[in-house]
Design a protein around this ligand. Structure first.
Ligand SMILES: Nc1ncnc2c1ncn2[C@@H]1O[C@H](COP(=O)(O)OP(=O)(O)OP(=O)(O)O)[C@@H](O)[C@H]1O
Ligand SMILES: [Mg+2]
Length: 144
C-alpha cells in the first residue's frame, strides 16, 4: 500500500495472544509513532518505507515500526521520550507525542523504546504484556 509517497508494509503474526488496553489510548500511541515516522521520512527525502510488524517476544506482544528516514542521533535518542523534547521548528511540534506514548504504555505495564542507526532510519518498539483470558474476564467484571 502506498500513501503520500510512503510505502507501507504490514506483517502481523496470526493468532497472537491477548493483551489488555484502552482502545483509544493504544490508537494514540500507534498514531504518534506513525506520524513521526511519516514526517521524518518525507522531510528527509520526500518519500519512505514504513514496516509494521507484530510478534511474540517473551511475555509480551511486540509491535515494531521501522522507517527508512534520517534516524535519530545517539545524543537525542535518550531524550526523545522527554516532555517537550522536539527537533521540529517552533510551531511544528510540541515534543509531547512520545512522552504521552511513554506514559500510556507504562500505565498498561508495557515498554516502549527506540533504536536507530543514524542515516539509516529508526525503529520504535512497543511491548505490551500478554494477559490470560481469566485476567481479562475478571477485569471486565470489575469495571462492569
Ligand atoms: N521516526 C523518527 N525518525 C526520526 N526522528 C524521530 C522519529 N520519531 C521521533 N523522532 C524525534 O523525536 C522527537 C520527539 O518526538 P515527539 O513525537 O515527542 O515530538 P514531536 O513529533 O517533535 O512533536 P509533536 O509530537 O508534539 O508533534 C522529534 O522531534 C524527532 O526529533
Ligand atoms: Mg510527534
Amino acid at each position: 500500500m502506498k500513501v503520500n509517497n510512503i510505502e507501507l508494509s504490514v506483517q502481523l503474526q496470526p493468532d497472537l495472544p491477548l493483551t489488555m488496553a484502552d482502545f483509544y489510548q493504544a490508537q494514540q500511541v500507534f498514531m504518534n509513532i506513525i506520524i513521526n515516522a511519516e514526517q521524518a521520512m518525507v522531510e528527509a527525502h520526500g518519500k519512505g518505507k514504513l514496516m509494521i510488524k507484530t510478534r511474540i517476544a517473551g511475555n509480551s506482544i511486540q509491535i515494531t515500526f521501522t522507517d527508512d528516514g534520517p534516524g535519530i542521533s545517539e545524543e537525542n535518542i535518550n531524550r526523545i521520550f522527554d516532555p517537550f523534547f522536539t527537533t521540529k521548528e517552533v510551531g511544528k511540534g510540541t515534543g509531547l507525542g512520545l512522552s504521552i506514548c511513554h506514559g500510556i504504555v507504562q500505565t498498561h505495564g508495557g515498554h516502549i523504546y527506540a533504536k536507530s542507526e543514524p542515516g539509516k532510519g529508526a525503529t520504535f518498539v512497543v511491548e505490551m504484556p500478554i494477559v490470560s483470558d481469566n485476567q481479562i474476564s475478571s477485569a471486565s467484571c470489575q469495571t462492569g
